[in-house]
Write a protein that binds this ligand. Structure first.
Ligand SMILES: Cc1cc2nc3c(=O)[nH]c(=O)nc-3n(C[C@H](O)[C@H](O)[C@H](O)COP(=O)(O)O)c2cc1C
Length: 179
């Protein structure tokens, strides 16, 4: 079977969208947004999205699916859960690219990225292949590393997506291509 890849994303401030579009560019694949039926920050935060609007492509046509999403309050967000629940019958390989603001030291905490990756693994089961958390902390200069206001306002862009985070991204692409 020829490998066909789809990137889907949910994003409020743009970092997950940036990851999705950059993955789409590098993997030369389709990129589609996940749009909740009730699309407001608070309903998504509370997990009350009542499913997704129709996606423009036929998801069954793809065998590799990469989902990009932020972490909010240590949650695997409802648009992501809705997407997986709806399409989990398809024979696909699932990947997760998180954008987050948690550090490596706090990755196993309640709001840390490992907690979210674990939930994704549980939900995708044997379709799970790989997940990576891209932290905005990696693009913030050390002098602002503890400034919560700056951390929450920082989003990925072509200017700051360099060095460590770009290496992590390249490793993630390599895994996708190799699996
Ligand atoms: C309400 C809210 C809750 C958040 N909770 C977490 C969290 O629990 N863990 C974490 O690592 N980052 C957390 N973040 C940071 C976001 O995951 C991070 O800013 C992400 O890059 C935003 O992605 P976006 O630009 O695609 O919306 C939170 C952000 C917001 C706005």
């Amino acid at each position: 079977m020829i490998s066909k890849t789809l990137v889907v994303y949910y994003s409020k401030n743009g970092s997950s969208k940036y990851l999705a579009q950059r993955l789409g560019r590098e993997l030369l694949c389709d990129v589609e947004p996940l749009v909740p039926r009730i699309n407001s920050f608070f309903t998504v935060l509370l997990g009350l999205t009542l499913g997704l609007k129709k996606i423009r492509v036929n998801v069954e046509d793809y065998n590799k699916i990469i989902i990009c999403s932020p972490i909010w309050m240590g949650q695997l967000l409802s648009p992501v859960r809705s997407f997986i629940n709806k399409y989990s019958n398809n024979a696909t390989k699932c990947y997760l690219a998180l954008s987050c603001a948690s550090s490596e030291e706090s990755k196993n905490d309640k709001f840390g990225y490992n907690t979210v990756i674990k939930k994704f693994e549980e939900l995708t089961g044997d379709k799970f292949v790989s997940a990576h958390a891209f932290s905005v902390l990696k693009v913030i200069p050390p002098s602002n590393a503890k400034n919560d206001d700056i951390i929450m306002k920082t989003t990925f862009n072509d200017e700051n997506f360099k060095n460590v985070i770009l290496n992590e991204f390249s490793d993630f692409i390599e895994i996708i291509n190799a699996t």
